[in-house]
Design a protein around this ligand. Structure first.
Ligand code: AMP
Ligand code: MG
Length: 401
């Protein structure tokens, strides 16, 4: 049996060789950008009026003119108009191009209408370029806006739309199959007998993958040697990453490790010094197919996903996973020599630290606990007593802000 550090090292040194693909920006959220996005023109692309009001030549103001005749109107989305008389003005709307021969915008709030087309400026001072967003002040044409390797956010989608990228190049996620095993499992739209339960793991994994911009397909295999073998053989034909749940422990019907080896998947490890998730099996086939065979207990599956599968996917896409830390806020004992993933609720202290409070009831089958907790606090295996105030890495699975 190997420890968590070694298991992590083995997993993250067998990455998926990612290609890239072109996707529509509506599909790009959460994916990893595989091109640099440059400004296609200056931002803003013209001297842009920032307030509804009038545009004047400030020299006229300096020379003592206070009442201005409105020559015409410059709405947003219209071609640039020209001020003919220096002592006149043009009525302008927010988002419009600043009219030629003008260099200051006065808001309606600072104007008094003397007649329908005669306005008086009711201000002590007019500053050149006031209320004007000057061309190119945010970004110049060809400036780098978004760098390759970035995880695409909603704000990034807005930027890509602005520069006219209807499609973008992103890292292609591996083709992932999620496979549950177990004769006690029924579909979620069925009513289980008292001795059955509904499948939940593949749905949890599917949702967690979606959060990372990855799609997956669900499969189920019966606890029978031949079914597991035939089923997996078929799945291997089509998918490059196979995430199994269940069937990797020491039960009489836990056929997964045996079948994987029959299918020439090289076992890189089986069993890790951790709780939950001890029976975790990981392997790789010559054709670069990767297999995560996770223990079936819902909490084990969940924890192994966040500890191993998520960083594997991130690193495969060229993204460095972030390690986050939290402060344990209660003493906690765990004597076995195993890394313990303590389910914790996160909060913040008055001094701004992230605080982790253990959630009661810690069985690895205890799905309900996942609802109360936000994260797993990683308690190192060579310690038995974990003291209030000590800092440990934390695997966060819920948006806590
Ligand atoms: P196993 O790893 O196959 O021995 O399963 C361990 C425990 O997890 C058993 O109590 C299973 O019923 C449960 N389990 C296995 N797979 C799933 C699943 N897909 N959804 C929910 N529970 C599961
Ligand atoms: Mg099973």
């Amino acid at each position: 049996m190997i420890d968590v550090e070694e298991a992590y090292k083995i997993v993250t040194s067998h990455l998926h060789r990612s290609d890239s693909e072109e996707v529509h920006i509506e599909e790009a959220m959460g994916k990893i950008l595989d091109e640099d996005i440059l400004a296609d023109r200056d931002f803003p692309p013209f001297n842009r009026v920032m307030m509804d009001g009038i545009a004047i030549d400030h020299h006229a103001w300096q020379e003592g003119v206070r009442s201005f005749k409105i020559e015409t109107m410059q709405p947003a989305g219209a071609a640039q108009t020209i001020l003919k008389e220096k002592t006149n003005c043009i009525e302008v709307m927010t988002g419009a191009v600043l009219p030629q021969n003008t260099d200051a915008v006065i808001r309606y709030e600072d104007l008094a209408f003397e007649e329908e087309s005669l306005v008086k400026i009711d201000m002590d001072e007019v500053i050149p370029f006031q209320n004007i967003h000057l061309r190119g002040t945010d970004k110049k044409k060809k400036d780098l806006l978004l760098k390759r390797g970035r995880k695409i956010s909603a704000a990034d989608v807005a930027v890509m739309a602005t520069v006219g990228k209807s499609t973008v190049r992103v890292i292609k996620a591996p083709k992932i199959a999620l496979v549950s095993t177990g004769d006690e499992l029924v579909n979620i739209d069925e009513t289980p007998h008292p001795y059955q339960i509904r499948k939940s793991n593949i749905y949890a994994l599917q949702a967690a993958l979606k959060d990372l911009g990855c799609k997956s397909e669900n499969f189920h295999l019966a606890d029978e040697l031949d079914s597991v073998k035939k089923g997996l053989e078929k799945i291997f034909e089509e998918y490059d990453t196979i995430i199994l749940s269940g069937g990797v422990s020491k039960g009489k019907k836990d056929y997964v490790p045996e079948v994987l080896e029959q299918l020439r998947v090289e076992k890189l490890f089986h069993r890790v010094l951790q709780r939950p998730g001890k029976p975790f099996w990981f392997g790789r086939r010559e054709d670069d197919k990767t297999v995560f065979a996770l223990p079936g207990n819902p909490v084990s599956t969940f924890m192994c996903f966040y500890k191993y599968v998520k960083p594997w996917l991130q690193l495969s896409a060229g993204v460095k996973p972030k390690t986050t830390y939290a402060v344990l806020d209660h003493d906690f004992d765990f004597p076995p020599t195993l890394t313990y993933y303590l389910q914790v609720k996160l909060g913040s202290s008055e001094s701004g630290e992230v605080m982790a409070t253990p959630v009661k009831g810690q069985g690895s089958g205890d799905l309900a606990n996942l609802l109360e907790a936000d994260a797993f606090l990683e308690l190192p295996k060579d310690q038995q007593h974990y003291k209030k105030g000590e800092v440990f890495p934390v695997l966060i699975y819920r948006d806590i802000l």
